[in-house]
Design a protein around this ligand. Structure first.
Ligand SMILES: C[S@@+](CC[C@H](N)C(=O)[O-])C[C@H]1O[C@@H](n2cnc3c(N)ncnc32)[C@H](O)[C@@H]1O
Length: 171
């Protein structure tokens, strides 16, 4: 059962990302130095995608990582709970369209995640998003059923020195 505070935090986060979607998309585009130099080489090495593998991209944002995974030959399902982000992801996806599908889906909703199909994924990615989620237990639990035996789950988060209560500005 989801408590009121968690539900409210989740809704506030979704509203914030919907409001920020165009700004994020304009700034991030198809990647910046932070993503391309610091984050994605390590993430992609750990994921070790083989062509044809099915990969779940959790909190895919404007689809940057989904498109990169599809370019590696993966069959990608990108999900994000901000419909404005998914709209940008769809608008940007002009190549490998047969290898990427996007869904508006809340990663704190275990039942919704499981509608993607049990044992359907060889790997899952959650790039720079876990720290935004009001509750990460439903996703972690769902992944144990969404991934095939031996499946990989790779996530990246900011180091706590950059993301902690002291750097959050309260309204
Ligand atoms: C910092 S962006 C990262 C986007 C993308 N993973 C990337 O690397 O470019 C965080 C994303 O997490 C998404 N997000 C946050 N909480 C979520 C949730 N509960 N379910 C699905 N998406 C969520 C936001 O909408 C946003 O698109």
């Amino acid at each position: 059962m989801v408590d009121y505070d968690t539900q409210r935090a989740n809704e506030e986060t979704r509203e914030a990302w919907n409001r920020n979607a165009s700004f994020w998309d304009a700034r991030m585009g198809e990647g910046n130095d932070f993503a391309e130099i610091l984050i994605l080489p390590a993430v992609e090495r750990l994921l070790a995608i083989k062509p044809g593998e099915r990969v779940l991209d959790v909190a895919c944002g404007n689809g940057l990582t989904s498109r990169r995974l599809a370019a590696w030959g993966a069959q990608v399902v990108g999900v994000d709970f901000a419909e404005e982000m998914i709209a940008h992801a769809i608008a940007r996806t002009r190549e490998h369209c047969d290898r990427i599908e996007y869904h508006v889906l809340d990663a704190t909703d275990e039942a919704a995640l499981l509608t993607l199909g049990e044992r359907q994924f060889d790997a899952a990615l959650c790039n720079m998003a876990l720290f935004d989620m009001a509750d990460i237990v439903p996703l972690t639990r769902a992944l144990t059923r969404l991934l095939r035996p031996g499946g990989r789950y790779v996530f990246s988060v900011l180091h706590p020195c950059f993301n902690n209560p002291h750097v959050v500005q309260m309204a």
